[in-house]
Design a binder for this molecule. Structure first.
Ligand SMILES: Cc1cc2nc3c(=O)[nH]c(=O)nc-3n(C[C@H](O)[C@H](O)[C@H](O)COP(=O)(O)OP(=O)(O)OC[C@H]3O[C@@H](n4cnc5c(N)ncnc54)[C@H](O)[C@@H]3O)c2cc1C
Length: 467
């Protein structure tokens, strides 16, 4: 791997200009005698990498298709109206406003020219690099079924959370104005495909919203009759947790009224519901929390990838066969101790970002090579409603209120931005005391909201029947 730069490459400037897709970069700025580092993706990995590298004598361009860094672990609370979108996101520019060697570029990367070392950004132009770090994360996978994707909502971005919130709140509003009991039943049925942490957290939050927060607000429907179903193909929920915590989680969710269908692989997703293991469930709302796959970064550089599109990286996060190109976080797969790949978690992406930032800094400053990446596993957490969570820290397992207190503290510490920490804390205390939910507004119902809730109209009346 070549890390020290040739004088020729050093003297090329960092700047990009708006230009046609196939044109070459325009070097309008005075040349800088410093390596140019381009980071694609300002998620957990990208942000931590830039923070660790920014003090080095480099010029960094951080590219993201959004203008914010998002705390995905609390997305489900935005989707269920407990928090506002701005509570869990921070503008990327604000994070680096004091770092003059860090430029932020909002744009969608669509290709990389590894021969000429250019990153191609849609509608913007080409950005030259000496070092390229790919940190573009993952997306949900519908296992190749485009129609399933069309008939379900997922939860990965703030836009997804907005659409999901509109769907959830819109379903209750529509049900209130209907008279056909079968139609009302379909409107108030929420099917969640996937019993991992996101599916479990979303199911618990919708059940609590219906049974506690909304219970007294409607005159013609009874929100307590809301049906929340988790369909999970595996024999238990939260498969990555110890069995005792999975069993506890299932019991806790059932107590909230969630119906759990284990060992039921989804066979079809339609506009009027799903089929799983020979049963049809009529539902106006299907939320997809099942498998994931990598964003297409491996294709951009022609890197070796596994069957989920994950770039297979070396223990120092470099991409084999691609000089000066690195990848971190959910877009990669890296062998951990015992040959098992590291999990797709925020902690892995953060630690890889910090590790690679420091390693690049050492090498650029001529302080030698770093050892391989080592993951420090602090454990995993999942919340199960208002006052319960499970925590597996390896040396300690917690459940119920102690687990929930740990979950709350960890999420407040990890959430970026002092303002967000304060707002989220106040919201949580208020919600805990009042069972209230501060972000129940439906905005954009004339435009995006209309589209988001239109599928509800397609729901025909009817009950469960064989598929
Ligand atoms: C709903 C949900 C809940 C989660 N809960 C937890 C949890 O409780 N604990 C935990 O450890 N992990 C959790 N995760 C997983 C965790 O969020 C990921 O492991 C982590 O975000 C991975 O970090 P990353 O930097 O690799 O990617 P991301 O954080 O996803 O960042 C990728 C960035 O790349 C940008 N990008 C992608 N493609 C392009 C492109 N073509 N051009 C420009 N920019 C692009 C995106 O806009 C994004 O900002 C959760 C994930 C989700 C979806």
């Amino acid at each position: 791997m070549r890390l020290l730069l040739t004088p020729g490459t050093r003297r090329r400037a960092l700047h990009y200009h708006r230009m046609p897709r196939d044109s070459h970069p325009v070097h309008a700025q005075p040349p800088a005698d410093r390596p140019r580092v381009v980071v694609v993706g300002a998620g957990f990995g990208g942000i931590n990498l830039v923070k660790a590298l920014a003090r080095a004598p480099v010029d960094i361009t951080l590219i993201d298709r959004t203008n914010h860094n998002l705390f995905q672990p609390l997305l489900y609370q935005v989707a269920t109206a407990a928090l506002a979108p701005s509570d869990i996101a921070v503008p990327i520019r604000a994070i680096f406003s004091g770092r003059r060697n860090v430029s932020v570029l909002m744009g969608e990367v669509e290709a990389v020219d590894t021969t000429n070392r250019l990153v191609r950004v849609r509608d913007t132009g080409d950005v030259p690099y000496d070092f390229l770090i790919l940190a573009t994360g993952s997306v949900y996978s519908w296992f190749g079924h485009d129609t399933w994707r069309a008939h379900s909502l997922s939860l990965k971005t703030l836009d997804d959370a907005d659409a999901l919130r509109l769907r959830v709140l819109g379903a209750f509003e529509r049900a209130e104005s209907r008279t056909d009991p079968e139609e009302i039943r379909a409107l108030l049925t929420f099917v969640i495909v996937g019993g991992g942490p996101t599916g479990v957290e979303l199911a618990g939050a919708i059940a609590e919203l219906a049974r506690s927060t909304l219970a007294r607000d409607y005159r013609h429907i009874d929100p307590k009759s809301t049906r929340v179903v988790i369909c999970e193909a595996a024999p238990r929920l939260l498969a990555a947790f110890p069995e005792s915590l999975s069993a506890y989680s299932a019991g806790k969710l059932r107590a909230l009224g969630v119906e759990i269908r284990l060992g039921e692989a989804v066979q079809d997703v339609r506009s009027d519901g799903i089929s799983a293991s020979g049963h049809a469930i009529r539902a106006a709302n299907v939320f997809w929390c099942a498998g994931t796959e990598a964003t297409p970064a491996a294709n951009w550089i022609g890197a070796h990838a596994d069957r989920h599109g994950l770039i297979e990286v070396n223990p120092d996060c470099s991409v084999p066969g691609h000089d000066g190109v690195f990848a971190i976080g959910d877009v990669t797969t890296m062998q951990g101790p015992g040959g098992r790949p590291f999990p797709a978690l925020a902690a892995v992406a953060k630690q890889q970002g910090r590790y690679l930032g420091r390693a690049l800094r050492r090498r650029i400053e001529g302080r030698g090579e770093s050892g391989p990446f080592r993951y420090r596993d602090y454990g995993q957490l999942a919340v199960l409603g208002r006052s319960a969570a499970v925590a597996d820290l390896g040396w300690l397992r917690l459940k119920g209120v102690p687990g929930w207190m740990l979950w709350s503290a960890v999420h407040l510490v990890l959430l970026m931005g002092a303002r967000n920490k304060v707002l989220v804390y106040i919201n949580w205390v208020w919600a805990w005391l009042t069972y209230g939910s501060g972000a129940r507004l439906m905005t954009g119902v004339g435009g995006a909201g209309k589209a988001a809730t239109a599928a509800v109209e397609n729901t025909a009346a009817g009950d469960e029947k064989p598929a």
